[in-house]
Design a protein. Structure first.
Length: 157
């Protein structure tokens, strides 16, 4: 180390406010993702392991998100059986060739007013110059279920 670096002092804060940084929920999600990556590095998990992890995350959710996640899990499995269940940042997700295509985020995950069902850039949903990649969910009716089935099928096509 050069003598100059030994004498340098840390930069002073110019705004007068401390940075809040990440929320506790965001830090927890990052820790879960790190654990998922470590588990994946130790050895490939099979589809059954991923499904068990997803079902455990769903079981830990509060109502009404638990019921919605259970229904979404069944919808994804039946409409796109080639997708493999796995967790992603501690959320139920579904992957194709190891890459997450879609995921469910409960409202409690980040203390939001609604749950979301989202798609990654690996999903084949491109439509023109702009298209939605996440949908707010307050409840699942037959109409929403039909739309999700169509979106999931398109995403993996």
């Amino acid at each position: 180390m050069s003598p100059r670096k030994d004498t340098q002092k840390p930069a002073k804060r110019t705004t007068g406010k401390a940075s809040k940084g990440f929320t506790d929920e965001e830090r927890a999600a990052m820790k879960e993702r790190a654990q998922e990556l470590k588990a994946g590095a130790r050895g490939k998990k099979d589809k059954a392991d991923g499904e068990g992890d997803v079902l455990a995350k769903i079981a830990a959710m509060q109502e009404p998100d638990r019921a919605m996640a259970e229904r979404l899990h069944a919808i994804v499995k039946s409409s796109a059986p080639t997708l493999s269940p796995r967790t992603w940042y501690g959320m139920p997700a579904y992957a194709k060739d190891g890459k997450v295509v879609c995921h469910f985020q409960s409202a409690q995950k980040f203390k939001t007013r609604y749950a979301t069902f989202g798609f990654s850039d690996k999903a084949n949903l491109d439509e023109g110059a702009m298209w939605p990649v996440a949908f707010a969910l307050k409840e699942l009716t037959a109409t929403e279920e039909a739309r999700i089935v169509a979106l999931v099928k398109k995403a993996v096509s």
